[in-house]
Design a protein around this ligand. Structure first.
Ligand code: DC
Length: 224
């Protein structure tokens, strides 16, 4: 048993419902919520601010040494101590994060940080490789999936809340491009762990998907 409880790993493609589910499950259990995608996005923001491209590997590795990515006590992602959660929602930051996440040095550094934060348990981590690479010994592994059309609609709603309208077709293309790269990259590709439980959120409400994960977590907590 870990000091603070079990580790819940939630993986899945873009806009499959990971963040909302992970956040609410963590709140209900009094666990920490770690959005690892936000860490890749924060690094992408740093690269864009300082370098604009991300193709110059030497420069990327230098920035990696300087990168000060952390979480505030209330869970907001910070770059150099400043909350950047809003800027991380921009579609071009998501694409650059996906590109940079194919770089082994970038992954090694962020994975080390994720393990450090999560090792004592009592945590819900969401990402692409949590159940396969970051915590292959997590007590509960969930793999969320959803229909691409529904995922594009969900992303459109999220963007509209931030005041930006993006046509559905454009969003769907972006999702598919990102999914393809995340699944096909050589290191830690997006993949369902052999012992992960797949939850299809296409026809589930947010409450429905949260309840399903909580039900599974409670079963495991009862026997650990
Ligand atoms: O979950 P997200 O959309 O915020 O993640 C942004 C990108 O970061 C995603 O396209 C791939 C990468 N990522 C990753 O490679 N591994 C993770 N554990 C989380 C995100």
């Amino acid at each position: 048993m870990r000091k603070n409880g079990i580790i819940i790993a939630i993986d899945g493609p873009t806009a499959s419902g990971k963040s909302t589910t992970a956040k609410r499950v963590a709140e209900r259990l009094g666990f920490l919520h770690l959005n690892t995608g936000a860490m890749y996005r924060a690094f992408a923001l740093l690269v864009r601010r300082r370098d604009h491209r991300g193709h110059d590997l030497e420069r990327v590795h230098k920035l990696l040494e300087e990168a000060d990515i952390s979480f505030s006590p209330t869970g907001n992602i910070q770059l150099d101590g400043i909350n950047v959660s809003r800027e991380l929602q921009e579609p071009d930051i998501a694409l650059l994060a996906s590109e940079l996440s194919t770089n082994p040095e970038v992954r090694a550094k962020l994975v080390e940080k994720q393990r450090e934060i999560g090792k004592n348990g009592g945590v819900v981590l969401e990402g692409r490789d949590i159940g396969t690479v970051v915590f292959p010994d997590a007590e509960l592994k969930i793999f969320l999936v959803a229909d691409p059309a529904i995922r594009a609609e969900r992303r459109q709603l999220e963007m509209e809340k931030l005041g930006t309208h993006i046509p559905l077709e454009e969003l769907r293309q972006q999702l598919e491009e990102r999914d393809k790269r995340d699944r096909e990259r050589a290191i830690s590709p997006l993949r369902k762990a052999a012992d992960a439980i797949e939850v299809d959120t296409t026809n589930l409400t947010i409450d429905g998907q949260v309840e399903r994960v909580l039900e599974l977590a409670k079963q495991i907590m009862a026997v650990t």
